[in-house]
Structure formats: C-alpha cells, structure tokens
Design a protein. Structure first.
Length: 261
C-alpha cells in the first residue's frame, strides 16, 4: 500500500546512452518534485517535458496494458506506469532507472526487442483450427477456459524475457514469454496442432533449456507463472502421442454443449 501523503524532492537517477555520442552508458541524476499518486512514468514525463527532452523511453497506454514501458527500476524489471514513485524512493529519496537487461540498447531505456519478437513468432502464437471447422461455434468448458486465462493475460512487456538468466547466455532459447504463449495454444482444445507444437519445443533451445530459476515469475508485472507453464509443456512433450489422441477425440465434440456438472 502506497504512503502518498509526502510531497518532497526526490532524485531520479537514469541510465543514459546515446550511441551517436557515448562509448558506454552512464548515470544522470534529475530532481523531481514528487506529487501525490505520481508513478515512475509520470516522473519520466516530468523530466522529459520540463528538464531534458533527450531522455528516451517507450510508453503508450499508461495503464499496464500495452507493455511498452517495462524497464529496470531499482534493479527489478517492471512497468513504469504501474509503479508508484513513493514505493521506490525509500529513505534516500532516490530511484534508479535503466533499460531491460540482456537486450541491446538503442537509446537510454529503449532496447532492441528483435530477438524477443523472433522467438515469439517461432512458437506460432496464433490458433491453428481444425480443417473441418464445425458450422456451429466452438464450445469450451469452464476448466478449459480457466487453463488459458493466465497465458491470455500476458501483455508481452518483456520483463520475464530480460530477467531470464538463460536468455543472458543464449539468445537461441525460446524464452518464458514465448513458452507461455505456446502453452496457451497447446492447452486450447480448438487448436489442431498441439503435437507438432510440443515436438517443436522438444529441442535443445526449447522447454528443457529452462533452468527453473523462477526469475520470470518474480519479474512478471501481471503475476503470471511462466515456469509452471514450461513444466506442463515438458510433461506433455513426454506423452505427446497420447495427448494428440485425446485432442482429436475432444475436437469431435467441439460444437456440442458442455454438460452441466
Ligand atoms: S505504458 Fe502501457 S504498460 Fe505502461
């Protein structure tokens, strides 16, 4: 719970890097008048608008939906727009901001997310429906919908990806964000290709590359659990054929009403 009743001047220390000018990143301090309810993103706006227009960061929705404002705040990956400034400044009245780790810096807090999106596309995150699509709608049980809920809430901010120590060593690893989306499609009874998906993730850079360090869980601003999804994918990969058979049987009844329990 935030203690928003203290108005004071705080120091926002920002990692700066302009590839046209700098050889390496350096820290630059700004003084900000903290106001009630101010978020880290508000503080950045204050700095950019009134003090230094060259400070560069991504943002869009300001409501924790688009995922673009993810950055390193006091050593932890999270969303600037959902983080109250007062919760971070502590008794030193200082907060430190930097770009997401393990990704090339384009400028200041803006990183190059190319590998992040490449790995996302690698798992084919879209639904692959059966060839014989029923003329009626697909019907899913409450349990089936619940199984997808967590993965659907992912906003692709990159906080988990850039907190993953495996990614720090190996950019070929699929990554927790993409594996969470793969989990969503594998568990979706409407999807035609769970067996192929599991086979694709069975390689050296797939589900077995995860070291189960749990950094992704700690970093996720939505409280999701990619590690558990990866564990489930590992188990399903080991009984892929049986899982495919079960899916085929389920798809024969996709258009039928779900019986009440
Ligand atoms: S600006 Fe969209 S999540 Fe923060």
């Amino acid at each position: 719970m935030s203690n928003d009743n203290t108005q004071r001047t705080v120091t926002v220390s920002i990692q700066r890097f302009d590839p046209d000018v700098d050889k390496k990143p350096h820290m630059q301090d700004y003084q900000v008048e903290m106001t009630k309810g101010m978020t880290i993103l508000d503080a950045l706006h204050e700095i950019k608008t009134h003090q230094d227009g060259s400070v560069t960061y991504r943002r869009s929705c300001r409501h924790g939906i688009c995922g673009s404002c993810a950055m390193l705040i006091n050593g932890r990956n999270t969303l600037a727009c959902k983080t109250p400034l007062i919760d971070e400044v502590g008794h030193k009245n200082r907060v430190t901001l930097g770009p997401l780790p393990y990704l090339p810096i384009i400028k200041d807090m803006v990183v190059d997310r190319t590998t992040f999106w490449e790995q996302y596309l690698r798992v084919k995150p879209w639904l692959i429906p059966p060839d014989d699509i029923p003329e009626k709608e697909f019907r899913m049980s409450k349990e089936e919908v619940n199984a997808l809920h967590d993965a659907e809430s992912c906003i692709m901010c990159g906080a988990c990806y850039s907190s993953c120590t495996v990614i720090g060593l190996n950019k070929h690893y699929v990554g927790p964000h993409a594996l969470l989306k793969a989990f969503m499609r594998v568990m979706d009874p409407r999807d035609e290709a769970p067996g192929q998906r599991l086979a694709d993730l069975d390689g050296a850079d797939g589900v077995y590359r995860c070291h189960t360090v749990f950094n992704c869980i700690d970093a996720c601003p939505k409280g999701l659990n990619p590690t558990q999804a990866i564990e489930t994918l590992r188990k399903l990969a080991q009984k892929r054929k049986k899982f495919e058979t079960t899916r085929r049987k389920r798809q024969q009844h996709l258009h039928e009403p779900i019986p009440a329990k």
